[in-house]
Design a protein around this ligand. Structure first.
Ligand SMILES: [Zn+2]
Length: 244
């Protein structure tokens, strides 16, 4: 295949645009924000679980406190009733029984009130746990949304670069013969790089130095001859920098 040296040099512009597009695609897949987001989501799940656990404990304690309060109210009501009966006047035997029951109820009330006090102290501590867990959750949510907005910004920037490179690629393609582009695309699909500058006897794609035979072949080849790297297959574009 043949192409004028100026056309061959234009291939280098195409290769440069394609390298940029590859870089964009690679960056999009390997954005550090993606790993950061995955980690932040994991932390967020753990913090959410911690809030649920603390709230469940608080709910259980509230229920226990309520149950205890009901029990205390019942004991009080029973005591009130007994005292009222005593005030109203009852036979001696019954009065003895009632006084005995009042003693028992008083002890019971004391025990229940101690228990209730203890429960309320625990509840206070758990309420603090809930507040703390919610704070941690809010921080985790903030970190995630911060990473997400940085990811979105990075994606938007990459899209801008991609669009610009895409436009430039179209322009370059209009200046290249279809046959040459087809060859370039085939090499690029197989090897990653379709064309490269031969600089100081090194292939710009695989970076290997060409051997004597290849150099002497290139020296004698016509300027419009399409040369290929024997190592990587890339189209080698010759310029005064090539060291021939
Ligand atoms: Zn090469």
């Amino acid at each position: 295949m043949k192409a004028a040296p100026a056309v061959q040099r234009r291939l280098l512009d195409l290769a440069e645009v394609d390298t940029e597009l590859d870089r964009v695609a690679h960056r999009r897949r390997n954005l550090p924000e993606l790993a950061e987001i995955a980690e932040a989501e994991q932390v967020l799940r753990a913090k959410r679980d911690a809030v649920v656990a603390a709230e469940t404990t608080l709910g259980d304690l509230n229920r226990d406190v309520k149950r205890l309060e009901t029990e205390i109210d019942q004991v009080r009501a029973r005591s009130d009733r007994d005292r009222k009966l005593l005030d109203d006047g009852v036979p001696t035997k019954q009065a003895e029984n009632l006084n005995h029951e009042l003693e028992t109820l008083k002890r019971r009330q004391g025990v229940l009130e101690d228990e209730s006090l203890e429960l309320m102290e625990r509840r206070e501590a758990v309420e603090q746990d809930v507040i703390f867990a919610k704070g941690e959750l809010a921080t985790a949510e903030e970190k995630l949304s911060d990473a997400q907005s940085r990811r979105d910004q990075a994606f938007a920037d990459l899209e801008t670069t991609e669009a610009r490179s895409g436009d430039r690629r179209k322009t370059v393609l209009t200046e290249l013969p279809t046959e040459l582009v087809t060859l370039y695309e085939r090499i690029r699909a197989n090897k990653g790089t379709g064309a490269a500058l031969l600089r100081a006897r090194r292939c710009g794609a695989c970076r290997l130095e060409l051997d004597r035979t290849a150099i002497s072949d290139l020296r004698t080849a016509a300027a419009d001859e399409i040369a290929r790297c024997e190592e990587c297959g890339a189209i080698l574009v010759r310029t005064p920098e090539s060291g021939l």
